[in-house]
Unconditional design. Structure first.
Length: 305
């Protein structure tokens, strides 16, 4: 449904995208994972026909996003990173407006969007600008889906909303998959990345590993240890002094630590090291890698290149 082939884009001296390639199938939830400035928004805008690529080609259902942009726009739903509906219009007026743009009506597709729009029913006459973050999110998604698109493009759709709204939003996306919609979503949240069917790691405008979240985690190349002591601040200060340290970063209530020696169990050695530096109640145990650990490792490689 979505095919990206050798897409490149430059802004002056900045190479935003370079030879990006991937595809998204019908009924697939595909995640773009990368730091700020990686090129995620530029890529989504190219797919949404809002930006021209310098090289390469992108297609939606076989239609070129440049040559066939009018037809592409009828087949996609797009949620930009910032709330972009009309704040002075009511919920109902926004929905009617976007339905009219696509030559349809709210009545015609109300059953399709009902699971998403239902929480907004009591606020139909409230201005969009007065909605909470989670309600704005639901309204924006309803407007993006009012014409029953074949592909849905979402640019960090849950940034700035509460944890419950994020959870509800992703449950909605999994429901939409059942209708055969191809969903491409960028997200900075690693727990959300884990809920995708496949993910593409993108940095400096280039795609790296493309695989299922399970396979990305399975290929994590290091032994990982969770370290906790009685003083988290002192732990953060002392860990960089570990002679064979590869990486150390906060992870919840502990620190995740990786040693440069790939097959060594450092639990006893690191515990003794921390005791020597005055730490008590030291806990150092093997840990299971997550998508966040994979992302941190990937970013460390990026910094060293």
């Amino acid at each position: 449904m979505i095919a990206v082939t050798n897409i490149s884009k430059r802004y002056g001296a900045v190479q935003a995208l370079s030879d990006v390639r991937f595809s998204v199938d019908r009924g697939e939830l595909f995640g773009l994972i990368g730091p700020d400035g990686a090129g995620k928004t530029s890529l989504l805008r190219i797919l949404a026909t809002l930006l021209l690529p310098d090289a390469g080609e992108a297609t939606i259902d076989g239609l070129n996003t440049v040559a066939d942009y009018r037809a592409v726009r009828r087949r996609i739903g797009y949620m930009p990173g910032r709330f972009s509906l009309y704040r002075d219009l009511t919920v109902e007026e926004n929905l009617r407006f976007f339905a009219s743009i696509f030559g349809t009506t709210v009545r015609e597709n109300e059953a399709f969007i009902r699971p998403i729009f239902a929480p907004l029913e009591p606020f139909r006459r409230r201005r969009a600008g007065a909605l909470s973050g989670g309600m704005k999110q639901k309204l924006a998604l309803s407007c993006a889906l009012i014409h029953r698109p074949d592909a849905l493009l979402l640019d960090e759709p849950t940034t700035g909303v509460d944890a419950l709204s994020r959870k509800e939003f992703w449950e909605m996306l999994h429901e939409l998959k059942q209708h055969g919609i191809a969903i491409l979503v960028s997200t900075p949240y690693m727990d959300e990345a884990s809920r995708c069917d496949r993910v593409a790691l993108i940095r400096r405008g280039q795609t790296g590993q493309i695989d299922t979240p399970q396979q990305v985690v399975a290929q994590f190349p290091h032994r990982l240890f969770a370290v906790r002591t009685d003083n988290a601040y002192r732990l953060a200060c002392d860990l960089p002094s570990w002679p064979t340290l590869h990486a150390a970063y906060p992870f919840g209530a502990c620190f995740h630590v990786i040693d440069r020696r790939p097959h060594i169990d450092i639990s006893a050695e690191l515990t003794a090291f921390l005791h020597q530096r005055g730490h008590s109640a030291v806990e150092c145990l093997p840990a299971t890698p997550t998508m966040e650990d994979c992302f941190m490792e990937w970013m460390k490689r990026d910094e060293s290149e």
